[in-house]
Unconditional design. Structure first.
Ligand code: C2E
Ligand code: CA
Ligand code: CA
Length: 444
């Protein structure tokens, strides 16, 4: 991808430089030289080395949304992070656009390489504030080992490139080692698909519930339902493991309908056991809002379970909010009495100014703001603005992923009173919720 820097600075004096103007890393030209040198020494000394191909995830969105100038600053910042990860003897270069490579010289086994890769992924994914924007960079990495995966430059680079694409396909933000035995991957995927389809047939899903508490009185004001898979061999599995595949198999509507039904039935159960109704939130896939039957399904479920509509909240991502046809669906759902919340607020590309036109009730502030707000004054400032705006528009606010009292108090100070996160409780099995609620009533 072309960046502004490249467009404006393409002068002959730079053409001979070994270093990339934008990032200060080695240039692709230098990389070719270094590679051919390394191939010779490694062969002579009988050594291995690793070639890591790093590609940022969704960099195009950053450029499209914020412009190439900010995109350039983004690349520069990532390059500085990568420099901190490698040893002085290692080689790092910007290949082109948002692609980088690292060569780890003289390695003895894959574990050395995995350590560096994990350090890269951890460093890259720290939230990044540029101007007033909070960005969440992630990358996919493909690894190839000399001589195992190739003994010349082009074989090594295409092996690492292939592995990098597999990392993207596996859901990004991760790494894959090149493997000649590609059929292994295909078999694994077929197996997972089979087990997931069986999970639907045999009803192996279960909802956990994470309490949301008010800081003012430290009592439960609602719960968010989070799906788990009771996997036949792996045990309780979190959704990150299977949601991508659910989407690929187009089973998201089935999962969402099941979650609405299960959450409502659970609420009725708790109520029967003597608990007052509490609001319960259900996460829905953005594409579920294209289902023409959604509104009827919700109505039927509320009626069958006897749950008043205002106790059911649907969580949708910012991207679902931006899809034209969905707005009408949200309006109809709110008309029935349901609440609509924007999930992971701040990580998508919502324009703050457009918020006031949206049919919604609640903003859920994403964990990345919480992680960052105590150490980064820009983030705290941005958070203050979002909270102020939400109040002005009369939306309720929930901060997610709050892990410490310090974070909770800071949020309360900024005007966000409702807290969800490990600080108060992890997601709990349904049976543990009544005692949790009773305990908060006794404690306070
Ligand atoms: P989410 O909706 O943003 O849910 C919050 C995630 O953060 C949950 O992960 C929760 O366990 C975790 N979490 C909560 N508090 C903390 C904390 O203090 N620290 C940390 N580190 N993590 C915390 P989980 O349950 O693995 O769910 C992951 C994502 O899967 C959810 O993110 C949601 O997008 C999706 N998901 C969960 N349940 C459903 C569902 O029933 N349907 C659909 N379509 N998506 C679901
Ligand atoms: Ca959620
Ligand atoms: Ca969230």
């Amino acid at each position: 991808m072309m960046t502004t820097h490249e467009k404006t600075n393409e002068q002959p004096t730079h053409a001979l430089s070994y270093y990339d103007n934008l990032t200060g890393l080695a240039h692709k030209r230098y990389y070719h030289e270094r590679m051919s040198c390394l191939l010779k020494t490694a062969a002579r000394r009988n050594e291995q080395f690793a070639f890591l191909f790093i590609d940022l995830d969704d960099f195009k969105d950053v450029n499209d949304r914020y412009g190439t100038q900010l995109g350039d600053q983004f690349l520069h910042a990532i390059a500085q992070r990568l420099k901190l990860v490698v040893r002085e003897v290692d080689f790092i270069a910007r290949l082109e656009g948002d692609q980088f490579c690292i060569i780890l010289d003289n390695i003895t086994d894959d574990h050395d390489v995995i350590k560096v890769i994990n350090r890269c992924l951890q460093k890259i994914k720290k939230p990044l504030t540029i101007e007033t924007h909070l960005l969440t960079p992630t990358a996919s990495i493909g690894a190839a080992i000399y001589p195992r995966d190739g003994i010349n430059e082009s074989d090594l680079i295409s092996a690492a490139d292939f592995a990098m694409h597999q990392a993207k396909q596996a859901g990004k933000q991760g790494y894959v080692f090149y493997s000649k035995n590609k059929s292994n991957l295909a078999t694994l995927r077929r197996e997972k698909e089979y087990l997931l389809r069986e999970a639907f047939k045999q009803n192996q899903f279960v909802l956990y519930y994470q309490p949301q508490l008010s800081m003012t009185n430290r009592q439960v004001v609602g719960v968010e339902s989070l799906v788990r898979w009771q996997h036949p061999t792996l045990g309780i599995v979190a959704p990150d493991y299977f949601l991508d595949l659910v989407e690929q198999l187009e089973l998201q509507t089935q999962l969402g309908n099941w979650a609405i039904k299960t959450a409502c039935e659970q609420l009725a159960n708790w109520h029967r056991s003597g608990l007052a109704f509490i609001p319960v939130a259900v996460n829905l896939s953005p594409s579920h809002f294209q289902d023409h039957l959604l509104i009827q399904t919700v109505k039927d479920t509320l009626q069958k379970t006897g749950i008043p509509a205002e106790f059911l909240e649907l969580e949708v991502t910012e991207s679902a909010m931006q899809t034209k046809g969905h707005i009408d669906v949200f309006k109809q759902l709110r008309k029935i009495g349901l609440k609509i919340a924007i999930d992971d607020f701040g990580t998508g590309f919502s324009c703050l100014a457009s918020l006031k036109q949206l049919p919604l009730d609640c903003l859920k502030i994403d964990k990345i703001f919480i992680d960052d707000m105590l150490s980064n004054s820009h983030t705290a400032l941005l958070l203050g603005t979002i909270i102020g705006l939400a109040h002005a528009l009369d939306y309720s606010l929930v901060a997610e992923g709050v892990e410490t009292e310090e974070q909770a108090l800071k949020l309360q100070h900024l005007g966000c009173d409702i807290i969800q996160g490990y600080f108060f409780s992890k997601p709990l099995p349904a049976d543990d919720i009544p005692s949790f609620i009773k305990k908060t009533l006794v404690d306070n």
